[in-house]
Design a protein around this ligand. Structure first.
Ligand code: AFD
Ligand code: MN
Ligand code: MN
Length: 414
């Protein structure tokens, strides 16, 4: 993509501003909201993992330890100004020398200090419920010693979130069954519900608990939290400070995720997002500003849960992508850029014209008004927002030119 000069960016911004003003949209206000948007990056995307059909391929320069993950995350925030917090995994980001079942909250004090020194902070805390011993399940395990250990692991995760992070805990369970008949499906779900209740009662009132759902894992006949309905019902049962975490890649093909978002907002549920682009089954791909993501941001903006004046209304926004082949830092920068594009598009939607078309049952005009904003090149808004925050116009280009990748490959080995 040709690099944009500062002068051209400002000229395009001026022209776009005049066009938007005709629809009563204040481009400066849109720009300020884009500047305010924040999304967490996942610590795990920077780490050492390969897999899939590429065997153990590892993109060069992966973070070899939890502090290096913070360093990579800090580089992303330095280039985007939009990702000041890092989502962590209790089991993956604990000190190497501490056994999984002996982790305590204070084992994350050093990671917190490291993050803060680098200009970022710890964000959502994910209990790690899918490591060794969870082949028969985690919070629904039929093995009491496994289930009790992981309930305690979740309670410690809440303590980490309370003492060293933002008070947000997000739960994803690998639990399910591979064959009909393998598990009593309601008894399995009841074990999870009871565990969530026990965790909730043990956790401080500062904690927001977000329950993630997922229809499938390779080879599963059932998953214990398969869809938004189940997650919503389980969050309601858990308590008022519980909500639903929507992960793009966790839906059957063609599911209308914007509609799920509209319902969660409309019914006043707390919510959060794991952003990625799903082409196939799961959530491995970087975000692209496609029409599905735009439609979701139209619901988030219309529902007042993104860049809200009352920050308490905002949902929790995180990227969850596990790029197995491409350079991960570039992939995360691309995701953040794509999310900002999608937000800006949703902010330039001419809602009054849309309502007129809706009121008149004018189907195609309503669709065309909706698409007008999607088809608007909003990058001048991002460019001027970045200029005003003293950020590079294109974070991916800036990364490639900055030399950090060569440095970490030298330090960490390719
Ligand atoms: C896997 C799961 C889920 C979870 C993530 C991080 O599918 O999305 O949020 O790992 O734990 O992608
Ligand atoms: Mn996820
Ligand atoms: Mn996933």
């Amino acid at each position: 993509m040709p690099t944009v000069s500062e002068q051209r960016a400002r000229e395009r911004y001026r022209i776009l501003g005049e066009e938007l003003a005709e629809a009563g949209i204040d481009i400066d206000r849109v720009k300020e909201k884009v500047k305010a948007f924040e999304v967490e990056v996942p610590s795990w995307v920077f780490g050492e993992f390969g897999g899939g059909r590429f065997g153990d391929y590892m993109p060069p320069g992966p973070a070899r330890d939890r502090m290096a993950k913070m360093r990579d995350a800090a580089m992303v925030h330095k280039l985007t100004g939009a990702s000041p917090r890092v989502a962590i995994h209790t089991g993956w980001d604990k000190p190497d020398e501490v056994p999984f079942d002996e982790v305590e909250a204070d084992h994350f004090a050093e990671l917190k200090d490291c993050a803060r020194e680098l200009g970022v902070d710890l964000g959502a805390v994910n209990p790690t419920l899918f490591l060794t011993g969870t082949h028969y399940g985690s919070l629904s395990s039929p093995l009491p010693e496994v289930r009790e250990m992981l309930i305690r692991h979740c309670i410690v995760s809440c303590e980490i979130a309370d003492k060293y992070a933002q008070g947000l805990v997000t739960y994803w369970l690998p639990d399910g069954s591979n064959y009909p008949g393998q598990r009593d499906l309601w008894r399995q779900e009841k074990l999870v519900r009871d565990a969530f209740r026990e965790i909730y009662d043990a956790a401080s009132d500062n904690i927001l608990h977000l329950i993630e759902y997922k229809l499938f894992e390779p080879g599963t006949y059932s998953t214990v939290i398969p869809d938004a309905g189940a997650a919503t019902d389980m969050a309601d049962a858990m308590g008022e400070r519980a909500g639903v975490l929507v992960d793009m890649g966790h839906h059957p093909y063609g599911v209308n995720i914007a509609q799920i978002v509209a319902r969660l907002i409309g019914t006043g549920r707390r919510g959060g997002f794991h952003f990625n682009t799903r082409y196939a089954a799961d959530d491995d791909h970087a975000v692209e500003p496609n029409v599905a993501m735009y439609a979701i941001f139209c619901e988030l903006v219309g529902g007042g849960v993104v860049c809200a004046d009352d920050a308490a209304r905002n949902w929790a926004y995180m990227i969850d992508q596990c790029s197995s082949l491409e350079n991960r830092i570039r992939a995360v920068l691309h995701s953040i850029d794509s999310l900002q594009v999608s937000l800006a598009k949703a902010l330039v939607l001419d809602r009054s014209r849309l309502e007129e078309a809706r009121d008149g049952q004018d189907i195609i005009p309503a669709n065309r008004v909706f698409l007008d904003a999607f088809l608007t090149d909003v990058r001048p808004i991002l460019h001027v927002a970045r200029l005003e925050k003293d950020l590079p116009l294109d974070p991916v280009v800036a990364y490639d030119e900055g030399g950090y990748q060569a440095q970490i490959e030298r330090e960490r080995g390719a």
